[in-house]
Write a protein that binds this ligand. Structure first.
Ligand SMILES: [Zn+2]
Length: 367
C-alpha cells in the first residue's frame, strides 16, 4: 500500500498512468556524469521509481560544486568524497524502489565498451566533455541503445534524445572537427543552477516521452531543445541525419577505438583537481602512495580507490590506475592567466612524478 501511495501523483497523469509506470519500473539507466545536471537527473529518476540506475563519475566533490549539485554537502567537499559515494548515500535516503549502483571512474576510451556493454536500456549523458559524448555516441550506436544528451553552461541549457538507426546521432549534430577546447568549461564561463536544472528536467521529460512512445512520433528526426534562462529563450528544432556522418553514415568507420592515447594529466572542472593515468602496476602505485602519504595516516579504502592524504592534498588512486589529485589551490585563482595555470600543472605533474615515478606518468595506449 505504501508503494501505491508513494507514486500515486504521477500515476494519475493522463498519458502516463500504469502503462508508463510499468515501463519506468523496468527501465535500466546508465547515468554518465553526476554534476549539476546529473545529480538532478539521478534524483528525478530515483524519486519517480526507475528500475535501476548506475552512476559513472570519476570526480570528487569540490566547494565550487555546491551551489548547483544537489546531492552534495560541505562535508563532502571538505573530505574530498568521491561524487559517486556521496550521491549513492543521498539517493539511498530516498528509499525508493530503484536498484542503485555506481562506479567512481570517468568514461574513457578504455572502459566505454565495458560500461555501455552492460545490461542497460538507456544512457543519459550529463558529462561536460565532447570526448565523453563522442564515446557514448559511438558505443550506443554500435549497440542500438538510445541515449539522451544534456548540456548546461553559463545560462544556457540543451537536451537531445538520440535513438540509433534511422535518426540523427550526436556526430550528425556536432560540427565536424570541433576541437575539444572549443567548448567552454564551467570553470571559465560559470553556470547558473537554473540552467542545470532545466537541462535535467528536459532529460527526465525525454525519459517519459521515450517510455510512452511519444519520442517516436517524429520518425527519422530528433528534437533538439535549447534554452537560456537569463534571456528566457527556448528553441525546439528538428534535426535530420547527416548522410556524411562519420558514425552513423553509410561510410562510417565504426571501430576506431584501438590505439587511442589515454588522457595525460588534465585539469578537471572545479578547482585544483587533476587527473592522470599511471603506467605502473596497481600494487606498486598503492605502495608508492602509502609511502608518501602523511606519516601515521594509512591509506583509506573507498569505492574502487585508495585515498592518501597530506595536510595540503588528497590523492585518490583508482583500481584502474587512474589517479585524481585534489590540491589546496583556490579555485579560479588563475582565471584569465594561463601562466599560473601552466605553472600549477607542472607543479602537480612534479608532485605526482615524485610519488609514483616520472615514467609512471607517461601516457598509455588502449589495447
Ligand atoms: Zn550520425
Amino acid at each position: 500500500m505504501a508503494a501505491t501511495s508513494r507514486y500515486d501523483r504521477q500515476l494519475r497523469v493522463a498519458g502516463w498512468g500504469s502503462q508508463g509506470e510499468g515501463r519506468l519500473e523496468a527501465l535500466r539507466v546508465l547515468l554518465v556524469g553526476i554534476g549539476g545536471v546529473g545529480t538532478r537527473i539521478a534524483e528525478l529518476l530515483v524519486r519517480s521509481g526507475a528500475g535501476s540506475l548506475a552512476l559513472l563519475d570519476g570526480d570528487a566533490v569540490s566547494p565550487t560544486d555546491l551551489h548547483r549539485q544537489s546531492l552534495y554537502y560541505p562535508d563532502d567537499a571538505r573530505s574530498g568524497a568521491a561524487k559517486v559515494e556521496a550521491a549513492l548515500r543521498e539517493l539511498r535516503r530516498i528509499e525508493g524502489r530503484t536498484r542503485l549502483a555506481g562506479s567512481a571512474r570517468p568514461l574513457t576510451a578504455r572502459n566505454a565498451a565495458e560500461e555501455l556493454g552492460r545490461e542497460i536500456d538507456l544512457v543519459i549523458d550529463a558529462t561536460d566533455t565532447l570526448a565523453a559524448r563522442a564515446l557514448i555516441n559511438r558505443e550506443a550506436f554500435l549497440r542500438g541503445i538510445p541515449w539522451i544528451h544534456t548540456a548546461a553552461i553559463a545560462s544556457e541549457y540543451r537536451c537531445l534524445a538520440i535513438v540509433p538507426a534511422g535518426s540523427p546521432c550526436f556526430a550528425c549534430y556536432v560540427p565536424k572537427a570541433l576541437p575539444a577546447d572549443a567548448v567552454p568549461t564551467c570553470e571559465v564561463a560559470g553556470i547558473l543552477p537554473a540552467a542545470a536544472a532545466a537541462a535535467a528536467a528536459l532529460a527526465m521529460a525525454e525519459v517519459h516521452r521515450y517510455l510512452t512512445g511519444a519520442a517516436a512520433a517524429e520518425p527519422g528526426r530528433r528534437v533538439l531543445y535549447r534554452g537560456d534562462v537569463l534571456r528566457a529563450s527556448f528553441v525546439r528544432s528538428l534535426l535530420e541525419p547527416d548522410p556524411e556522418c562519420p558514425v552513423c553514415g553509410p561510410r562510417a568507420l565504426l571501430d576506431q577505438r584501438e590505439g587511442q592515447v589515454v588522457d595525460g594529466l588534465q585539469r578537471l572542472c572545479g578547482g585544483d583537481r587533476w587527473e592522470a593515468w599511471l603506467g605502473i602496476s596497481a600494487d606498486l602505485a598503492r605502495r608508492a602512495l602509502a609511502h608518501h602519504a602523511a606519516a601515521g595516516a594509512p591509506l583509506e579504502r573507498g569505492m574502487g580507490f585508495w585515498r592518501g592524504r597530506t595536510p595540503s592534498e588528497s590523492i585518490l588512486l583508482f583500481d584502474d590506475n587512474r589517479v585524481l589529485y585534489v590540491g589546496g589551490e583556490i579555485a579560479g585563482a588563475d582565471a584569465g592567466g594561463r601562466t599560473h595555470g601552466d605553472a600549477r600543472r607542472e607543479a602537480v605533474r612534479g608532485r605526482l612524478a615524485a610519488i609514483f615515478g616520472g615514467e609512471a606518468l607517461s601516457s598509455a595506449r588502449v589495447q
